[in-house]
Structures are given as C-alpha cells and as structure tokens.
Design a protein around this ligand. Sequence first.
Ligand SMILES: C[C@H](O)[C@H](O)[C@H]1CNC2=NC(N)=NC(=O)C2=N1
Length: 113
Amino acid sequence: MNTTDLATQHCRPRKGKENAVDSAQVSNLLQQLPGWQLHADGSAIVKDFKFADFHHTLGFINAVGFMANHEDHHPDLEAGYGHCQVLWSTHDVGGLSLNDFICAARVEALLAR
Ligand SMILES: C[C@H](O)[C@H](O)[C@H]1CNC2=NC(N)=NC(=O)C2=N1
C-alpha cells in the first residue's frame, strides 16, 4: 500500500489490542511515509514539519485540525514559530493502529503540490 492509497482511506473506530499494527507492519507502513519515524517509546509515529513563519505554521495546524476532526482521529501537536511536530497514536488501542498511518498520509497529502 503506498502513500496515495493510505491517504484515500478513512479512519474507522479501532479499539483494543487486536487492532494494533505489529512491528513488521509498522516498518512497512513507515517506508511509505517519508520523514515519519517511530517515537522513542514505540507507541506513536512522529514528524516535525518546518515552515517559513508563524502564519504558515498556523495554517498547517488548522488544516491538520480540520482533517483530524473529519476523521475523528486526533494528533498531539507541538508547535513553535516555524515548525509543528505531529504525533499520531491510537489511545483506544494503546499504541499504533492503521488510523495513525492513514492520518500521517493525509497530512502529507495536505502538503503535496
Ligand atoms: C469516540 C471517538 O471516536 C474516539 O474517542 C476517538 C477520538 N479520537 C482519537 N484520537 C486518537 N488519536 N486516538 C483515539 O483512540 C481516538 N479515539
């Protein structure tokens, strides 16, 4: 499954350990997502996006927020003047589900041009 395929999928409720992706799937999916990395504790994927100034950073945050509400799947965001770190994990699974990779691909799609 490539980034475009991932980005055309929608999140659906995924709860419980049976919906966790295993480590082989994680490395496979991460190969489709340039710049995305497994977070230190292994329970999230993360990427830091750089922007020219605060306006562009805030525009990105709003776009990500709109998409996240639409998908009912919500990231942790940490931002400064010219960057925003986006972290996806699935609380309902206690780790990573396919929803996290779908949303990471959807963030990439927001920036594709
Ligand atoms: C009921 C609702 O769909 C759930 O609480 C959703 C909302 N957004 C969510 N976001 C994230 N990141 N993880 C979740 O498990 C999650 N659950």
